[in-house]
Ligand binder design. Structure first.
Ligand code: NAD
Ligand SMILES: O=CCc1c[nH]c2ccc(O)cc12
Length: 514
């Protein structure tokens, strides 16, 4: 992961434009006062609703936004708005689309500090990490802007001078449904390739993190996107279902849990809609004793503790070769104890609060269960109660776990690392693959043949060798098995947001057999 310096941002000197969002915000101050739905190029209140949600600032437990969940009529309004924009956008050349995406990327870069601050306030991740998320976000738009101008088909010569060619065409109105752990970034991972291909999008963020995706919508408009190209509806499951069941939606790209992914696929199947499913994981990280020890320890930390451990591809099952197990565990415990937990807007904080209290309770229940399952368990537990209700994090690298423990089998989505000893390559590969998930995996070894052999044998869509949790936009990302299908990022994402038309051209006369 590239680390960013805190750059002074000129935007903060222009309070008129972005008054409510400036980096001068400290924890406990922000209060949303604007509509959080976005369609036809502006913020709107939904025309109907299915209940109400509240979004929190995790580090204080304060309600920062109260909003109506979009009902069926509002969802339809957003889709109609997207349809209108699609008619214009699909006619644009790749280079014209590219210019809009590049301008959006430029604005995001210019407003990075403000966007990162809002992401931190609403999600709880450290400002240090949020800056990286925003950097990856504008890079994503730049990357797909770069591809937009060169999307092309194939020319195929046929007998007698006839020929055929293929055209890569947009799908239409695409729906994006996102999770709360990377609110802004997930919206860019979906909208970047979708818009580059000529589609329009209606996006629904998680009700826990409704704020920053609306800023993205405003940025697209400011960058020159036709009104309605990128729309936002807010809400939870019911709103999501209206989107998935709508007859005029051409594609659904979903990021979230396996159970919800399964429901999305079922709804999409009724309308024969293609889906991309970016789901959960319980990924293995294999550390051989010939690894560079310090890199392996750092890799394990990167694999487990970013965004308070709430990362889909985290390498939470850390298999360590037995001869270095003790040294490795001691070093991890030592380094974990030094992780600076606290107010996520402070410069030196590296770990903020979990997203909310139910998530915290869930994580703590896993840790409690793990302690009960193994008598000689070495649990390093740092628990700091801050003044506010949600500001609590448990860091628990658990020594000498067994494969059959609940905390080893199930996705926890919190800062909990399970350390599992192993002896041989064959054994560890079998154990690493013994899961219904297949999102990511990692291997640390100095033996390059072994590293590549193990990567080839791992049943996971994203494999890291001698690093973990770096996600350059140039590389495709997505799961095997129950972790989903389809890919985000990389050139291949274009295939998931476009359809291929074949045109067959006759240059001679029609010879009828009748
Ligand atoms: N593979 C990836 O890229 C990736 C990235 C981030 C998170 N995740 C996974 O996401 C999960 C955590 O996120 P979460 O708690 O937000 O997941 P979730 O499945 O509860 O919710 C995800 C989104 O789906 C919506 N939703 C819920 N029920 C729905 C329904 N019936 N129809 C339509 N939409 C519905 C939610 O409102 C939210 O916007 C973890 O399992 C994590 O691994 C995966
Ligand atoms: O929580 C998931 C994190 C993640 C890291 N890199 C990528 C790339 C594409 C995604 O859809 C998710 C992720």
């Amino acid at each position: 992961m590239k680390l960013l310096r805190a750059a002074p941002i000129i935007r903060f000197l222009i309070p008129k434009l972005h008054q409510t969002m400036s980096r001068s915000l400290s924890t406990g101050v922000f209060q949303n006062s604007q509509p959080l739905n976005y369609r036809a190029g502006g913020r709107v209140q939904p025309v109907d609703s299915v209940g109400q949600e509240q979004a929190y600032e995790p580090s204080t437990g304060r309600v920062i936004a109260t909003f109506a969940c979009s009902g069926e009529k509002e969802v339809n309004e957003a889709i109609q708005s997207a349809k209108t924009a699609f008619k214009i956008w699909r006619q644009k050349s790749g280079m014209e689309r590219s210019r809009v995406l590049l301008e959006a990327a430029r604005i995001i870069r210019e407003r990075s500090e403000e966007l990162a601050t809002m992401e931190t306030i609403n999600n709880g991740k450290s400002i240090f990490e949020a800056r990286v998320d925003i950097e990856i976000s504008w890079q994503t738009l730049e990357y797909y802007a770069g591809l937009a101008g060169s999307m092309a088909g194939q020319h195929v010569q046929l007998p007698g001078g006839s020929f055929g060619y293929t055209r890569r065409e947009p799908l239409g109105v695409c729906v994006g449904i996102g999770a709360w752990n990377y609110p802004f970034q997930i919206a860019c991972w979906k909208s970047g390739p979708a818009l580059a291909c000529g589609n329009a999008m209606v996006y629904k963020p998680s009700p826990f993190t409704p704020i920053t995706v609306v800023l993205l919508a405003e940025i697209f408009t400011e960058a020159g996107a036709p009104p309605g190209l990128f729309n936002v509806v807010q809400g939870a499951a019911a709103t999501g279902e209206f989107l998935c069941k709508h007859a005029e939606v051409a594609k659904i790209s979903f990021t979230g849990s396996v159970p919800t992914g399964s429901k999305i696929m079922e709804m999409a199947s009724k309308g024969i809609k293609p889906v991309t499913l970016e789901l959960g994981g319980k990924s293995p990280l294999i550390i051989f004793s010939d690894s560079n020890f310090d890199n392996a320890v750092n890799g394990a930390l990167m694999a487990n503790f970013l965004t308070q451990g709430q990362v889909c591809c985290n390498g939470t099952r850390v298999f360590v070769q037995r001869d270095i197990l003790q040294k490795f565990t001691e070093e991890v415990v030592k380094k974990v104890a030094k992780i600076k937990i606290g107010d996520p807007l402070l410069e030196d904080t590296r770990m903020g609060p979990l997203i909310n209290r139910p998530q915290l309770e869930k994580v703590l229940a896993f840790v409690k269960g793990a302690k009960e399952q193994v008598s000689c368990l070495a649990v390093k537990m740092v628990k700091r109660n801050q003044t506010a209700a949600h500001h609590e994090v448990s860091l628990s690298p658990i020594g000498e776990c067994r494969d059959d423990m609940t905390c080893v089998k199930e996705e926890i989505f919190g800062p909990v690392m399970s350390i599992l000893p192993f002896d041989t390559e064959e054994e560890v590969l079998e154990r690493a693959n013994n899961t219904t998930y297949g999102l990511a995996a990692g291997v640390f070894s100095r033996d390059i043949q072994r590293a590549h052999r193990v990567a080839a044998g791992l049943q996971a869509g994203m494999c890291f060798i001698n690093n973990y949790n770096v996600s350059p936009v140039e590389l495709p990302f997505g799961g095997y098995k129950k972790s989903g299908f389809g890919r985000e990022n990389g050139q291949v994402a274009i295939e998931y947001y476009s359809q291929l038309k074949t045109v067959c051209v006759e240059m001679g006369n029609v010879e009828s057999v009748f």
